[in-house]
Design a protein. Structure first.
Length: 339
């Protein structure tokens, strides 16, 4: 090993390159050679093209990388299993081990209106892992139904306030790692966080599904919540985490997914995908897909509106999906969720 420090930000300017040459010469050429970089005549980009357009797919009729990945997937794909217990065991493996301890919480700010009490909170789902949350409690007596809204910003959205006006206790919860900073990589999503989790034997969607379950733990512990009437809602890719949580947690009686990608396997059908790393589970789609998570809910219903592909485009599909007409809002679907 060797340690070299040179000028500049991320990259390999000449001083770093020459240190690399020096190391290679020492260990791979028995020290025979000169590490000083020789002058190189630079050329403009167009002179370096290996084909007329620079696109081998167009000029040489070659396959794109996603097609090669899909071919590999089809060769390795295994017959699906109808054994729900195997699927549930895999989902539980992806989540942190639960000791069924109560969720520690602290209130950072409280606001009171004529209709509800709102609390900004921090919920500790694992030791040292605090998540932002907002709790809205209607000013009514007796036990009330409850709703978990998976929200990257943990803010009281219009949907949340509409629900609390209907007499529902609402917890807007931001699972770990959210909101994610905008790194201007629209096709990367959470690639770095998910890769780091994978390297230490964990899974980011699994950990976020666990956070949702801990949100349910918190709601079920409140004295004014009817623990038998807890529902949950998520939009976009976060619907995958909610599906995972609902499959293993029967306390979540009903869920609503809005504009959530309809299939993990569908990612193999397109050259580009947005935010796929927010839902990647290594090896999972060799045996299962998102529809299997719905089946694992066993009788508890899933309302799924405007399903999309992995570019966020609403996709017409057969089955129990529901689609908005132009300008239709959330109200009828919220009413359906809370029934």
């Amino acid at each position: 090993m060797d340690w070299a420090v040179g000028p500049g930000p991320h990259g390999t300017p000449q001083p770093q390159r020459e240190r690399i040459y020096e190391w290679m010469i020492r260990w791979l050429k028995d020290g025979q050679g000169d590490a000083k970089e020789e002058p190189v005549e630079m050329a403009p980009d167009h002179e370096l093209l290996a084909t007329p357009t620079g696109q081998v797919t167009v000029d040489l009729g070659s396959r794109e990388i996603y097609e090669i990945i899909r071919e590999s997937f089809e060769k390795r794909r295994q017959p699906g299993t109808r054994n729900i217990n195997e699927l549930l065991a895999e989902l539980r493996r992806l989540m942190p081990s639960s000791e069924e301890k109560s969720v520690a919480s602290r209130v950072t700010e409280e606001t009171r209106t004529a209709e509800w009490i709102e609390k900004k909170m921090m919920l500790e789902t694992e030791p040292g892992m605090e998540l932002k949350a907002r709790l809205l409690v209607p000013r009514r007596t007796g036990r009330k139904p409850a709703l978990v809204v998976v929200d990257a910003a943990a803010t009281p959205s219009t949907l949340a306030t509409d629900a609390v006006r209907r007499g529902v206790v609402v917890l807007a919860l931001a699972p770990r790692g959210l909101p994610r900073s905008d790194d201007r990589r629209p096709f990367g999503g959470d690639y770095l966080a998910n890769t780091r989790a994978f390297l230490v034997g964990r899974n980011l969607p699994g950990m976020r599904a666990y956070d949702i379950r801990r949100g349910v733990d918190f709601l079920a512990s409140l004295p004014d919540v009817n623990a038998g009437a807890i529902r949950a809602m998520a939009r976009g890719e976060s619907g995958v985490w909610l599906l995972m949580a609902a499959a293993v947690d029967p306390r979540i009686q009903r869920i609503w997914l809005d504009r959530t990608p309809h299939s993990l396997r569908a990612a193999f059908d397109e050259p580009l995908n947005r935010n796929l790393h927010m839902a990647v589970i290594p090896g999972f789609c060799l045996r299962w897909d998102l529809g299997d998570l719905v089946s694992a809910m066993e009788g508890r219903s899933a309302l799924w509106t405007d399903p999309t592909n992995w570019m966020g485009v609403v996709t017409p599909l057969p089955g129990n999906f529901r689609y908005r007409y132009l300008s239709e809002g959330d109200e009828p679907f919220l009413e359906d969720l809370l029934q």
